[in-house]
Design a protein around this ligand. Sequence first.
Ligand code: SF4
Length: 400
Amino acid sequence: MTTPQRIISGMRPTGQLHLGHYHGVLKNWVKLQHEYDCFFSVVDIHALTTHYDDPEIIETNTWNMVIDWLAAGINPNSAHIYLQSRIPEIAELHLILSMITPLGWLERIPTYKSQIDNIKEKDLHTYGFLGYPLLMSSDIMIFKSGLVPVGEDQVPHIEFAREVARRFNHLYGREPDYQQKAEAAASKLGKKNANLYRNLYKQFQEQGSQEALETARALVESVQHISVSDKDRLLGYLEGGGKIILPEPEPMLTSFPVMSGLDGRKMSKSYHNTIMLSGTPDDTDKKIKKMPTDPARVRRNDPGEPEKCPVWALHKVYSNEDTKEWVQHGCRSAGIGCLDCKKPLIDAIISEQQPIRQRANDLREDHDLVRNIINEGCEAARDIARETIEDVKEVIGLSY
Ligand code: SF4
């Protein structure tokens, strides 16, 4: 038996969840929670990086967001749900890491410049906004996390976190008597595993065998009866260092389906083109009926082209093959009108929303239950965070 790898992921509580969040992130989380040790965070401090002048939205959005997560299928028995601001060790680690993070590394992150250029309505020239990838690194590293599910555009953030972890381990990871300590830790693996570890160590150090390195890492990870400190020591020693205090996180590349919005652009609150996850049937019906279609279909008997129509983009997500065939043929031959075409889509979206909305309404009635779920998640998260910050403070000389 091996311990499932830990996964960290989070969302900013800056607005109500829509179908883009559901198809792009939540459905993936629901799957991951059965395979990994998942920690899902409401990153409320991150919300302040862009909404520092609008703090009253955070509390309401946080409750609504957690309720939507639960209603969408996140199971608190399988995953931990916690609030970033309730784990002060994250902020503490952020501060400590800021001492060793070169300014140029932050300024180089592609999203920094593009967001400064794109978000004109807010002044984002703040210390907090520049440093948000470092706060994200702390979110991840406080849990000594292995995997972070990300889309392609987020990979630079994980690369940045890896660089920071490497720098930290390089500066503080080597213990004075690390060789003896690593040897003592190897002996605890048991005779057979200890010999295997030493052989693999030799193969990597002398021949640079990457395979030997990977096998040795897997061996150390699979052993249950040694302490986290000894594991870190053995992993660090393998690569010629002392002790890995902050393991480098790995991106778990996920091809998040980009959900099309009501106007054909990516579904996003800032484009005002969303359908809410727990929206009412009436709201969904009205929004879809008002959706623009292929401009070539001015009259009912003008043929159209689905690829030029945002309604078709939603059919691709919601409709079965028969319906999609009916839409394509009916649109191109003008055999169906746009309202006919929208009808099965409206039905499919409403039937997806209906059970989620029902569960969300029930949860809204049971505030204590939601509070308890969050409290338990925060406790579990904080237990790990405390251990990490103790290790960090010890090596940087702040544990006197
Ligand atoms: Fe769009 Fe359907 Fe109308 Fe074709 S028939 S233009 S796919 S809404």
